[in-house]
Design a protein around this ligand. Structure first.
Ligand code: AP5
Length: 189
């Protein structure tokens, strides 16, 4: 089984590359951002609470997102593997994910980190904001999302580096070139 964490700052290309990885390796996509946006479109209580937090660029509580991942693992017991996109985002989430993996007799195979400079992240997200109107793609929220990433999320890289699972790759260039770098890393497993 291949259980891959695709890691990186907002706008680093996690969602874009996840689609290509899923197509090639047949993994189940677990994106906490997509699950939360789905709750918002369905006007659930969770969606209502999450929207206020996401609009500010802050993180939804660990308890909520861990519960969401637990449900998805339970409902996909026959999966060939999982790609975690946007999760774990705190060390507490990483510890909970490791424990969930153990309880499912699984392990995280690898964390692929997409390294992209801040100016490029901002350019990409502002462009998407103009095209798609995603509510958190405005300059003020983007700046806060990046700052939250640096303070609360980047320590997750060290957590997996200590387990010798982190592979950091250059996240600049064409989508296909970056995908080629990810495939090289996966094929070395
Ligand atoms: P989430 O949905 O995870 O968003 P994010 O991390 O801010 O990431 P993005 O989706 O904006 O970027 P991405 O890295 O996926 O890049 P993408 O491929 O889309 O989280 C949103 C919010 O939900 C959080 O702020 C938080 O509030 C909450 N949340 C989610 N998970 C949580 C958790 N675990 N714990 C707590 N709270 C959580 O690409 C971005 C743009 O760039 C696209 O337009 C794309 O077309 C373009 N692009 C991609 N690759 C390239 C390239 N190579 N060259 C040029 N443009 C490119």
């Amino acid at each position: 089984m291949l259980n891959l964490i695709l890691f990186g700052a907002p706008g680093s290309g996690k969602g874009t590359q996840s689609e290509k990885i899923i197509e090639k390796y047949g993994l189940v996509h677990l994106s906490t951002g997509d699950i939360l946006r789905n709750e918002i479109s369905n006007h659930t209580d969770l969606g209502l609470k999450a929207k206020a937090i996401m609009d500010k660029g802050e993180l939804v509580s660990d308890e909520i997102v861990i519960g969401m991942i637990e449900n998805k693992l339970e409902s996909n017991k026959n999966a060939k593997g999982f790609i975690f996109d946007g999760f774990p985002r705190t060390v507490a989430q990483a510890e909970a994910l490791d424990a969930l993996m153990v309880s499912h007799k699984q392990t995280i195979s690898i964390m692929v980190g997409l390294d992209v400079p801040k100016e490029e992240l901002i350019d990409r997200l502002l462009k998407r904001g103009q095209e798609s109107g995603r509510a958190d793609d405005n300059l003020e929220t983007i700046e806060n999302r990046i700052s939250v990433y640096q303070k609360q999320t980047s320590p997750v890289m060290s957590y997996y580096n200590e387990q010798k699972k982190l592979r950091l790759i250059n996240g600049l260039g064409s989508i296909d070139d970056i995908f080629g770098r990810i495939v090289d890393v996966i094929n070395k497993l």
